[in-house]
Design a binder for this molecule. Structure first.
Ligand code: SF4
Length: 709
């Protein structure tokens, strides 16, 4: 092992390159990898402190208990595998394969994802493999698919420096994707002529440096986007040649946007007409417009429609398929992209194939050496459908890998009750306890980042090899190895003859050949030699070509049957649960700079705990005054589903009528402080992504429950 290991930060989808540098005492230090094309040596506090979390609170051996009220007992792997095979066979026999569900994570490496798809969708014959990407960016997946013909972000990070107008919608990039923001901000400051527009109901650190902050009412994103479209169309700031040659649906789009005149839009969004006009002028006059979006768009009951309406603006103005422009979805997790490409959502198969497509199923069955009809023809259960399946006694086996749904899912009380009645729950994780391990019958210890070799793909499609340089604790094993062993024991020896992660990857990339996400020119050996490589990278790609910056659709040929992109032409619906007399405020949830998701790692790092010791409810002075509340006061926040007890931070970070709470706190880190006690599961009908960003709440001063806003 070299004294410097080049790898990738395992937190967010920015995908910063890290170097683990061996010290004289045998330990490692982390620093940014200057040669990594995505991050150029930069890291944020999470990446810089990653090693502090690796050895803490680890699950080191399999553990089992018959009932949730029993204590866990350590067992050998042999016993654990026997249990798994027995349970899987019993459930299949008694209830059929659809009673078996898996829930994975964007923390998994592509090799883990691929082996899981082969096991679940191929060998077990159910598409019930969903991941926490469902909660994160499945709306972006649906939108790219519907508008451009395929998933896959067209842009790359170099566009952050090339754009003349950056339009940030529903993304607090400064805190949630800090190194992407650094690159954009540096260019914004250096060039002086770049316009930065931030659309967010909150005054985030991202909005603080914007040239224009549109603090729209929660749920009015589509009104704003169609209002911008209306102005651009009225002014003739559209690309007629592009529209005519490369799109479909323009006429319907024009019919829709005519319903969004500026005065109406401004009033509906709660902004000034001048602000709307200014944003439209900057978009319309810019040579290159880049839009960035993340959870503020995706986590919505109209998430796909929001993302598609944003893409519509790019189609209207021809702002796609050129350097410096395009619609760019920032993924939340480090390998959300690799997971998508390996088929890691309940409606997908490897290589961006769809389970509903008979030809796609046949291609995969042939390649996996399975008989025709092995893969079920309908999409599997999304995570919320797994919960409802437990409620209705239709799900009898759940295997959760590297994620913590007992904090991250909406309506937690209902999720807890569902898992309480789960007949058999497996939790495979690096860490214990988590809020989810409390609902497990079987715990499986997983090797994590640094302890196993695999690849991850970031938001700009860069694939980075992450080699093992640490020993896993106890008997922890790589996720893909555990899944492959179960496959062999179920009788699929030929399908799971992998000896190394490199062999898994080698098989996976063959399934991407000729697809939009073509990895077929990649191997672990090549990634070790060249460093990160962005896809598409077809098999005949030279080394020089492999490492160049890549964008999709430079030839304006989209991935639809006729090569044309599709206008969506959609109308706004607003939030699924609007405020009313009983619950007069809109709660929006989000993230703090230092913490990651449910604190499984960052809660165990003292420096980060010190930065963010507790969740604070951000509230506008106008609303706080009505309640007689000051910063530091304790309040109870109630929704129709539950309540939390938190301290208040009064300030103009949120607009009147809205409050904000971070989502990082579960029962392990604070009593009654989980934001998802309050949120609801209503989801986008296309992406099935729940609306975690908006629900109706009321705030009560602690001890004065009759005093309401
Ligand atoms: S920006 Fe994301 S990928 Fe980069 S160091 Fe921070 S958490 Fe890691």
């Amino acid at each position: 092992m070299s004294s410097i290991v080049r790898t990738l930060c395992p937190y967010c989808g920015v995908g910063c390159g890290l170097e683990a540098v061996l010290q004289a005492n045998g330990s490692y230090k982390i620093r940014g990898d200057r040669a990594h094309p995505s991050s150029l040596g930069m890291v944020c506090v999470k990446g810089a402190t990653i090693l502090e979390s690796v050895g803490v609170s680890r699950l080191t051996e399999p553990q089992w208990r018959r009932k949730l009220t029993d204590d866990f007992q350590p067992i050998a792997w042999e016993e654990a595998f026997n249990l798994l095979v027995e349970q899987l066979n019993n459930v299949r026999q008694e209830y059929g394969s659809d009673a078996i569900c898996f829930y994975g994570s964007g923390q998994l490496q592509t090799e883990d994802y691929y082996v899981a798809q082969k096991l679940v969708k191929g060998c077990l014959g159910t598409n019930n493999f969903d991941t926490n990407s469902r909660m994160c960016m499945s709306s972006a997946v649906s939108a790219y698919q519907a508008s451009l013909g395929s998933d896959g972000s067209p842009c790359c990070y170099e566009d952050l420096e090339l754009t003349d107008c950056a339009f940030l919608l529903g993304t607090n990039t400064a805190e949630c994707h800090p190194i992407v923001f650094n690159r954009l901000r540096q260019s914004h400051k250096r060039r002086g002529d770049v316009k930065l527009i931030v659309v967010d109901p909150r005054s985030t650190p991202t909005a603080a440096v914007a040239d224009l902050h549109l603090a729209i009412r929660p749920g009015t994103d589509i009104d704003l986007l169609q209002g911008l479209g209306y102005l651009l169309w009225q002014w003739g700031k559209i690309d007629e040649v592009f529209i005519q040659q490369h799109t479909q649906g323009f006429e319907q789009y024009v019919q829709v946007i005519q319903n969004y005149p500026p005065e109406w839009v401004a009033q509906r969004c709660g902004i000034a007409v001048d602000q709307l006009v200014q944003a439209a002028q900057w978009w319309g006059n810019a040579e290159r417009v880049l839009s960035l979006w993340s959870m503020g768009v995706n986590q919505s009951a109209e998430g796909t429609a929001k993302a598609r309406s944003l893409i519509d603006l790019h189609l209207l103005t021809g702002q796609i398929g050129r350097p410096g422009c395009g619609p760019f979805s920032l993924t939340g997790q480090p390998n959300a992209m690799g997971g998508r490409e390996a088929g890691g959502l309940a409606h997908l198969l490897p290589g961006y194939r769809q389970v509903e497509n008979p030809q796609h199923r046949r291609e995969i069955e042939d390649f996996w050496g399975l008989k025709p009809g092995s893969i079920a023809p309908q999409p599997g259960r999304s995570m919320w459908e797994i919960v409802t399946g437990l409620e209705q006694n239709q799900v009898h086996f759940v295997w959760i890998i590297a994620t913590n749904p007992l904090v991250s899912m909406p309506h937690l009380e209902r999720v807890r009750a569902a898992f309480q009645q789960s007949p058999f729950t497996v939790v495979q994780d690096a860490y214990a306890p988590t809020e989810t391990t409390a609902y497990a019958h079987l715990l499986l210890p997983a090797a994590q980042w640094g302890e196993k070799t695999g690849t991850m793909t970031n938001s700009e499609r860069q694939v980075t090899l992450c080699p093992q340089f640490l020993s896993p604790p106890g008997s922890a094993r790589p996720d893909w190895e555990i899944l492959a062993e179960v496959g062999r024991r179920l009788g699929y020896e030929a399908q799971f003859r992998f000896a190394t992660a490199a062999e898994v990857f080698q098989e996976f990339v063959q399934l991407t050949q000729g697809r939009v996400c073509d990895y077929s020119g990649l191997s672990h050996e090549r990634l070790a030699r060249l460093g990160p490589v962005a896809w598409p990278c077809p098999a005949d790609t030279s080394d020089g070509e492999a490492v160049r910056v890549k964008r999709l659709y430079l030839d304006k040929q989209f991935a639809t049957p006729d090569g044309k992109a599709r206008f969506a032409a959609l109308r706004s619906q607003g939030v699924a649960e609007p405020p009313d007399g009983d619950f007069p405020l809109v709660l929006t949830t989000g993230r703090y700079y230092g913490h990651w998701h449910t604190q499984t790692r960052t809660g165990r790092i003292p420096k980060i705990q010190k930065m963010h010791p507790e969740p604070l409810l951000a509230m506008h002075p106008h609303d706080a005054e009505k309640l007689g509340i000051q910063s530091g006061d304790w309040v109870r926040v109630r929704s129709r589903r539950g309540q939390v007890r938190v301290k208040v931070m009064v300030g103009e970070q949120v607009r009147p009528g809205a409050v904000f709470l971070p989502m990082h706190w579960g029962e392990l880190w604070g009593v009654q402080q989980a934001a998802n006690e309050l949120t609801h599961p209503q989801s986008c009908p296309i992406s099935k992504q729940p609306e975690l960003k908006a629900c109706a709440v009321r705030v009560e001063r602690e001890g004065k429950d009759d005093f309401r806003v």
